[in-house]
Design a protein around this ligand. Sequence first.
Ligand code: PLP
Length: 387
Amino acid sequence: MTRPLLMIPGPIEFTDEVMMEMGRPTYSHVDPAFIAIFSQALRDLRAVFLADDDHQPFILAGSGTLAMDSAAANLVEPGDRVLVVNTGYFSLRMADICRRYGAQVDAIDAAPGETVSADQVAAALQQGDYAIVTITHVDTSTGVLTDVKGMARAAKEAGALTIVDGVCAAAAEEMRQSEWGVDVYLTASQKAIGVPPGLALLVASPAAMEKWRGRSTPVGSYYADWNQWLPIMEAYEGRRAAYFATPAVNLVMALAVSLRQILDEGMDAVFARHRGLSDAVKAGIQALGLAQVPSAYEHAAHTLTCPRYPDGVDASFLAHVRAHGAILAGGLYPSIKSEYFRIGHMGAVGRGDVLATLGAVEAGLRAAGYAIEPGVALAAAQAVMDA
Ligand SMILES: *Cc1c(COP(=O)(O)O)cnc(C)c1O
């Protein structure tokens, strides 16, 4: 039997081209060939985020949490008021990080599965002089999608910067950084960007860079400080050698390949593919009689699905699913952790992956004692994909 598919909300299945790049001999980080690859990756990262050339990309060795840390460390000054749109586990992490750098944090809290509206954000911004609004595009713990476009507009009207955690959304959910006025959009390599774990990726707007340049206090992190990294990113993009800390050479090479694959497909096609496959998975799950954590289809993410276990089934069912070909994730949101599981469907996924995964879910449910007719989820998913 072949290995099971990795269908969790990151790391994901990577393309063969990306994995082959990981296995190539490692360049010197100042080899002209590597510098050219890094330069292209920086430009392509901007293109994937639909950010104009006046936006500054950063590619750092680290995980998504470093991307969050880097945004907050450089933009938050002690005493800044930060408004956190809290749609789950990762929103709270962002709140913690901002507090660590001295922010005065207020949150708009959504119950698990609920979202926050742009109007709520606009109203909250009237109540205080906020410097920054943080938003989780897709909270991986609840599968809730937020209205980044509307919230970014509200923030701009109130004169606040936006930091958007796009770790479970970038290169999958619609996002137009320049058009929507998002000041920092950030992600990690192992999610929809499609590269093994180890890179933190950010793109910052001119307004974000201006706030950072105007700081009156030093950045409280040594490694994440843009004073270290801006000259390096500018040098690599301009095809000059530079060194602050050794880049993750093979990961950057793999990133360059993956970004090219994404751009070759085209961003609108990438967004549409994720919507279509997500609709198919959600239809399959619904056909099995399983509820989902997001309370409405309109604010359910297209990168993952969070089904609730049916009566009599618990997390032990995931081992059965694995035995039938798909690795899924358990719950993450603390108060409902044991009540649901998560299916990731982002990056280089296609119709076959969705069908194989739903087939494994069906088989897993039957093995766990939940009586369903074989093929019910598959039929529903195929009806959506063929529509
Ligand atoms: C995965 C994830 C993170 C954390 O990324 P790491 O690479 O695990 O540090 C942050 N935010 C969101 C929305 C995520 O999905």
